[in-house]
Design a protein around this ligand. Sequence first.
Ligand SMILES: Nc1ncnc2c1ncn2[C@@H]1O[C@H](COP(=O)(O)OP(=O)(O)O)[C@@H](O)[C@H]1O
Ligand SMILES: [Mg+2]
Length: 310
Amino acid sequence: MKIVSVINYKGGVGKTTLTANLGAYSASQGKRVLMIDLDPQTQLTFSFMSPEYWRDKYKDTKTMKNYFDPIIKGADEILSLSDIVIHLNPGNVISFNDGKLDLISSHLGLIDIDIRLAGLINVSNTTMHSATFLKTYSYLKHSLEELENKYDLVLIDCPPTFNAAVKNAILASGYYIVPAKLDYLSTLGVEELRKNVDEFLDEYHNHRDNLRDSRYLPVFLTMLGVVPMMAEIRKGDEPVSAQQEYKAELMSKGYHIFQFVRNNATLFGPSSKEGVPAVLTRPKIFTPTARKIVGELQNLGVEFLESIKL
Ligand SMILES: Nc1ncnc2c1ncn2[C@@H]1O[C@H](COP(=O)(O)OP(=O)(O)O)[C@@H](O)[C@H]1O
Ligand SMILES: [Mg+2]
């Protein structure tokens, strides 16, 4: 089971769009996929169902809030993630061959998770600090271990912060991928993000060395690279020159740059939300541009699955 976090501090860069499309594409290729919506803004969830449907059917019983609430209250028994999984069938695909597409939805109630989860970390002495640090940020990792035989791929759509939920995602993951717009600030942001992830992992390993508890294993996290989102394409099929420069700069710093996803309001904009990610759309009237973009998304999917050897 490969676990991949989709991370960027910035909002509106395409994290959710990327998660939905990589998840749907992978399922269409026969992979058993679980997507986890960790963002209290719940956009991944609402990419697949209307807010009304979610409120009536899942809001009270099947969200990440149901998972984190007992943890925050210090309950001995925590929920199994299988209890809150929602099965999806976008566009009534009916069958993904052997694949499947599942979702764990988010909840606005996760907005203050940082204060509440981070509050579990006891700093009164070194041993307690290490023990509570490791425990608090390892919940998701340990819960996902129970699903090892049920999924080939888990994709975690992170909120645009570096909060306790994201720290749980990082420790649970073997990989992370960064969707970004190719501009000056985003280029800086990728470096900043990698630095923070590395520092957090150092902190984790230091606490591990302090405590020497076999439940907390070393974490190896691979940065897969950057997916240029909402790319502006001019002539031919290459991004405009300014974006080429940012791409070159990121590559010179050692980042792999994936197939870009071009800016297109028809395929990705708010009006396209019918519960079917762009990569699976088969519009009746397919313009050449739309066909090209769907092809590029499929290429991205191929590249992604190869990058995690799935
Ligand atoms: N390639 C694209 N072209 C046009 N609009 C896009 C594209 N990708 C995403 N969007 C739109 O941009 C907004 C932000 O994308 P989203 O995936 O929600 O970002 P994030 O999860 O990082 O906040 C959404 O309204 C989405 O529909
Ligand atoms: Mg999002």
